[in-house]
Design a binder for this molecule. Sequence first.
Ligand SMILES: [Zn+2]
Length: 247
Amino acid sequence: MSALSVTVLGCSGTYAAAGEACSGYLVQSATTSLWVDCGPGTLANLQEHIGIENLDALVVSHHHPDHCAELPVVYNAVKYFTQRAKLRVLTTAGVRRVTDAFHPDGNSSDLFEWEIVEDRSASVVGDIMIRFSRTDHPVETLAMSFTSGDKSIFYTADTGPDWPLSNLGLKPSLVLGEGTLTETTKDLRIPHICCRHLASEASKVEAERLVVTHIPPNSDKSVHLAEAKMAFSGIVELAATGSTFTV
Ligand SMILES: [Zn+2]
């Protein structure tokens, strides 16, 4: 029996609510720890659970700052104050570009072992297989599935409505999905999905559980939860910083 868990390091959508952090998650099996997305504020929260020295890899979905802005700060931590070898970073070319822009020589590969991934890439880290799928979002954005043994977690990253969750496969143990919008805040100019759409996608892939994340500050979380429950008959929960979901 394998087990996979996801611990929320931050889950505010677009920018962080007071006292909160943007997107970041710690995905763990018995032997492998992945930091998935590193939005502002998540490095502090990561250390409540694991030291930078003990991460097996950092996986970043796209180069919007609410998902990747800790990377130059992680570089500083690795360079000056931690005793670790290079940190493996699986991400898009865009994330590498914006991170390198912070480096005085324009190249952070002395400390980051960059592994550029794209639509349909697959990588293995420890005992976790990661598969990537490009979503419907203004910059190259990769949703991902994490599989260990017979358990799997799908993470939508950011997406608009024109990307099907089934591109990641079927029957995940859990979907961690962005539910940025509601029926009343839905707006075609905002490149995200509403909770009802997310829930119906989770139903289509026959997910066992759904965790809704990336809710913007000042949006009523209970409305997001209620709308997700309308279109998904399994367990639906809201992401909350510090909470862990185990499958
Ligand atoms: Zn985004």
